[in-house]
Design a protein around this ligand. Structure first.
Ligand code: FE2
Length: 146
């Protein structure tokens, strides 16, 4: 992996994480049904955790001399997860977020290996934490869906 591919991968990881935050916040706002409150709180827990690291992620990129994608157009182009334009049923929301969270966990696993290879150990620690956080989000979503 050369420097250009490395930067593109990290920008894509940031855009994907931002898209995941926005989708989980949207589900928190729009969820409906008899289990409304359970899903409303679950989605809140997830989006709050992710939102809390967005600024750190952006500053990790800047520390690595990478400009942060910060327009909706750039974020949409670079994200690896699909936007949700509609309002699915609560369990469909959870299934979709579970698939996206698994995508994020795998994405951060790959990004961690690349950052280690590049000698960016501070960044790789951050990426390892993101993989771990998404494994936890996936666990909660998967358990809710049983
Ligand atoms: Fe809220």
């Amino acid at each position: 992996m050369d420097k250009i591919q490395y930067e593109a991968m990290l920008k894509s990881a940031f855009a994907t994480e931002f898209a995941f935050y926005l989708k989980s916040a949207g589900f928190h706002w729009n969820v409906e049904g008899s289990d409304f409150y359970e899903f409303h709180l679950l989605f809140e827990r997830i989006y709050t955790e992710v939102y809390g690291i967005i600024d750190d992620f952006a500053e990790e990129l800047r520390s690595t001399r990478i400009y942060v994608p910060a327009s909706f157009t750039q974020l949409d182009t670079l994200s690896q997860i699909e936007c949700q334009e509609g309002v699915p049923q609560p369990t469909q929301m959870a299934q979709e977020l579970l698939a996206d969270s698994d995508t994020c966990a795998e994405m951060f696993r790959v990004a961690f290996d690349a950052a280690e290879m590049m000698g960016d150990h501070g960044l790789s620690n951050f990426l390892a934490d993101r993989q771990d956080a998404h494994k936890k989000h996936s666990w909660m979503l998967r358990s809710t869906l049983k």
